[in-house]
Write a protein that binds this ligand. Sequence first.
Ligand code: FAD
Length: 454
Amino acid sequence: MATAALEHELAKVVGAEAVVAPESHLLTDMTGLRGRAEAVVLPSSAEAVAQTVAWCYEHGVPITPRGGGTGLAGGAVPDGGIVLGLERLARVRSFDPLLWRMCAEAGVTTATVQRTAREGGLFFAPDPGAAELSQLGGNIATNAAGPHAFKYGGTGAWVTGLEVVVAPGELVTVGGAIRKDVAGYDLRSLLVGSEGTLGIVTAAWLKLLPAPEVTLPVVAFHADTASGCEAILRVLGHGARAAAIEYLDGEALASGAASCEAGVPDGAGFMVIAEADGSVDEAERIRAELVEALSGSALAVHAPRDREGQEALWRWRAGLAFAVLARRGSALSDDIVVPLDRLAEAIEETVGIGRRHDLVALSFGHAGDGNLHSTFLVAPESPDELERAFAACEELFDLATRLGGSISGEHGVGVLKRGQLRRQWAPRTLELHAAVKAAFDPRNLLNPGKKLGA
Ligand SMILES: Cc1cc2nc3c(=O)[nH]c(=O)nc-3n(C[C@H](O)[C@H](O)[C@H](O)COP(=O)(O)OP(=O)(O)OC[C@H]3O[C@@H](n4cnc5c(N)ncnc54)[C@H](O)[C@@H]3O)c2cc1C
């Protein structure tokens, strides 16, 4: 259906104010991929989302759900049909600090969820790096994680219930404000991380935790990947209950060194950032354990106590992806995950793959979870470099599966990793994936071509 006709029909369903022009920023995400859509709908209520889906389902119009557009897999990039943006569902419906719970709509930003919890003395740990822009619905659809997932789990671990629009346009709830539920199959877990291919999240019930009294980071610089990864394994071996364990390899460290307030010692080729949290006594004990475990062969260990120093450190870590991008103007980056005892191998092999394809390669990421952001730097004006980077990513996915890992630890499959699932799943498991999709979305209109596409 042509844009004008589609917009006209949708306006009759959800009101003209909910139908907006498909402006270019709504057709892309942080990958820079650009899609196309005939119309964009921004409903203001869950019921309006259901009406939109019902109309699209009846008329065979594909739907691409969109949160904050910070995704790194192209999942929110449309390929025709409509973009269904959740940004106007931005209400915290209820917050019960004394019961450690919140119910928030899908379009509430991650940072608002974090801030609201904090204002009530509580804590929402998922901390993906673009929290001011990303939305709760997008976090749930990608099962987003971040540094503190090491101790506290990804977004899914905080979701007790979902309100979701499923085909052919019905608003249903799975779970709710309850902390346990074993009735039926675990549809909540199935929807978490489904990248908008099974349903459209309109709201979620979250279970929260009392905020830790203090957080105390510890930074250690090592000469190389081998000694840095040994130190990380020592942290686990010591039983030090770190809240986060992050790493940067030599090239990643070089990318951000100039702006690192802590200073980078000469000869440093690997950096570990760990964090202790809890009550004052507990955090101090864990901090001491972290300092001891990370020291060993370290070139330097730095453990800022002042709030400003701590905030500067995490701000610097959050900005690292941009410092890396600035190196050559662009990059292809994937979020493979490997068993922790294979982390050093995966980090070194990332560099080796880059070398074989004549590309600068580096990685940084969530070491405690074995989750690398393996990155190949490319010049945007060089199609040849881009082609080599895509070939390098293929090798990277092979590496992940060979080491017993997964092609995606937190960003999802989207379009960028489309077709890669066959590397890690047996044919029968792939059939089950297809059967789940068909059960939820028999007309294949919910984010078609994402996650499971060939
Ligand atoms: C600088 C930077 C750092 C990042 N760091 C991290 C990190 O540490 N950890 C991490 O996990 N991610 C990280 N990300 C990736 C990204 O922020 C997360 O994937 C985030 O969860 C995406 O949320 P969003 O609202 O922007 O979703 P979008 O990008 O809009 O969409 C992502 C996917 O979710 C689907 N979707 C969105 N909303 C809904 C909904 N309501 N219902 C159903 N489907 C929906 C979309 O169709 C798409 O498939 C980072 C991104 C940037 C730019």
